[in-house]
Write a protein of this length. Structure first.
Length: 246
């Protein structure tokens, strides 16, 4: 049975109270009758207005409260519909009205995807007046509650998996950045080392040139001394001619 079929069964029960025909003399009863006519014509908002007018005159009128819930439900206003059904269930002393109120409360909660609360509402309906519709919808709500729990667990697992993957991606990016930084540092150190080597070579060349100049100067001096010694050796034993200064 689909969700739409479930909703149809809701008002198969709710309509029992909705279509009660009584002779109303009071003003609030006239408003309820007008609301019923609008409801049967599918004019759910107009019906809502009539039911609210009746409740303005007599706030504790169960018929108006219950049927207001029906008109709100048909407008898919499930949260307010649930409040109307709950109010009717709490105020009424008739077990059949209580059962119908809890039954429709369960349907409102079911439609709002509040399956756990719907389960409890259907159970209350069964306690007041056991029906096949309430049993069936109870089982539907239990299955949906179980399914939603599995979906949530799966969603949580997927979220954790995504967070783990994001963390791994972040760590990988950090490693890449650290590796890139390390390579840059190595390149910088290599360049600095190369520059230091070039400076050392320049310094070595400069020292070698100075030494070379000194060596050349020393060699010149040694050559002069050597030449003087050779000349002295050659002139040894010869007379030295001296010009007279007359």
């Amino acid at each position: 049975m689909t969700g739409k079929t479930l909703i149809f069964r809701i008002f198969a029960v709710a309509g029992l109270l909705l279509l009660f025909s009584q002779a109303y003399c009071q003003k609030e009863k006239t408003q309820v009758r007008g609301g019923n006519r609008d409801y049967n014509k599918g004019k759910y908002h107009a019906a809502e207005i009539n039911y609210r007018k009746a409740l303005d005159v007599k706030p504790l009128l169960n018929e108006a409260e219950f049927n207001l819930g029906n008109s709100l439900y048909m407008q898919e206003n499930y949260s307010e519909a649930a409040l109307s059904y709950l109010a009717t269930a709490e105020r009424s002393s008739d077990n059949k009205i209580k059962a119908s109120s809890f039954y429709n409360l369960g349907n409102s909660l079911y439609s709002a995807e509040k399956y756990g609360e719907a389960v409890e509402a259907y159970k209350e309906s069964l306690r007041k007046n056991p029906t096949e519709e309430a049993r069936y919808n109870l089982e539907m709500a239990k299955k949906m509650l179980q399914q939603s729990g599995q979906d949530k667990q799966k969603s949580d697992e997927n979220q954790k998996s995504d967070e783990k993957q994001d963390q791994e991606d972040g760590d990988s990016q950090k490693d890449d950045k650290n590796s890139e930084k390390s390579e840059q540092q190595q390149q910088q150190q290599s360049q600095e080392g190369q520059q230091d080597g070039e400076q050392q070579e320049v310094q070595q060349i400069e020292i070698s040139e100075e030494d070379a100049e000194r060596i050349l100067e020393a060699m010149k001096n040694e050559e002069q001394e050597t030449m003087m010694k050779v000349l002295e050796q050659k002139n040894k034993g010869q007379k030295v001619k001296i010009d007279k200064d007359w």
